[in-house]
Ligand binder design. Structure first.
Ligand code: PEP
Length: 257
């Protein structure tokens, strides 16, 4: 394993700028000195300046939860990749299941966003995952393959700037995480598909697991060979629980060498 494990937090629509500053005051000392994980937090857009200011001088990175695919223009309510970059973001999450299922984003739209974000020099975390109905109909692997291929169309040569988050929709925010061995099976499949897209760069991609990750299940998930990080929603909102997950990742990564 060449890259550090990625421990990413998605705050969704939680916290104000003031609460963001308070969070980092508590969080930073808790994760000081962890060297085998990369820690990323993706707050709401309005909190990004406070977050970037708060993490100055620390290795913690800040990212966006979404962006549009145009640089600027008459797109009320949207934020462009160049805006995220200039605000100090290094990453952007794209294709999160809430964007797909609540806001109706198609694979084609997500792909345009992936292309635009990479062009701007942001690293992309592309989320993929099946619904419960799709899983029960035996469609998990078909869905994941389609989301990967369409989402990454035209950027296969930039896989070293991409991470994938496997987030089964039925596990997000439900408290019921995938069984580690079931997640591992999908992660292995994702790496097979990434190798088909770009055999040289597939191993550079960190495939993260997301969906009800918490301190109590982080070790069993992160110790799977093809799970190279986690994307954490609810448990990233509390500095101590997110720090515990980061420490678990750091200990595992250190012992794996
Ligand atoms: C997420 O928002 O990406 C997520 C995985 O949420 P939770 O950890 O709360 O299930």
């Amino acid at each position: 394993m060449t890259e550090k494990l990625l421990i990413a937090g998605n705050w969704k629509m939680h916290k104000t700028p003031r609460q963001t500053v308070e969070y980092f005051e508590q969080f930073k000392p808790l994760v000081k000195g962890l060297e085998s994980v990369e820690i990323l937090i993706c707050p709401p857009f309005i909190d990004i300046p406070a977050a970037v200011e708060s993490v100055k001088g620390s290795p913690i990175k800040i990212g966006g939860q979404n962006c549009f695919y145009e640089k600027e223009g008459a797109f009320t309510g949207e934020i462009s990749p160049v805006m995220l970059r200039e605000a100090g973001c290094e990453y952007v999450i794209l294709g999160h299941s809430e964007r797909r299922h609540i806001f109706g984003e198609s694979d084609e739209v997500i792909n345009k966003k992936v292309v635009a974000a990479l062009e701007e020099g942001l690293r992309v975390i592309l989320c993929v995952g099946e619904t419960l109905q799709e899983r029960e109909s035996g469609l998990t692997f078909t869905v994941i393959e389609t989301q990967l291929k369409l989402g990454l169309s035209g950027v296969e040569d930039k896989l070293d700037k991409v991470d994938i988050a496997y987030e089964p929709v039925w596990a997000i925010g439900t408290g019921v995480a995938a069984k580690p061995e079931d997640a591992e099976e999908v992660h292995r499949f994702i790496y097979d598909k990434l190798r088909e897209l770009n055999p040289q760069k597939a191993e550079k991609v960190r495939v993260l697991y997301g969906g009800s990750v918490k301190p109590s299940n982080a070790e069993s998930l992160l110790s799977q060979p093809h799970i190279r990080g986690v994307l954490v929603g609810g448990a990233s909102l509390k500095p101590d629980s997110f720090a515990q997950i980061a420490k678990i990742g750091d200990t595992l990564a250190t012992s794996k060498g």
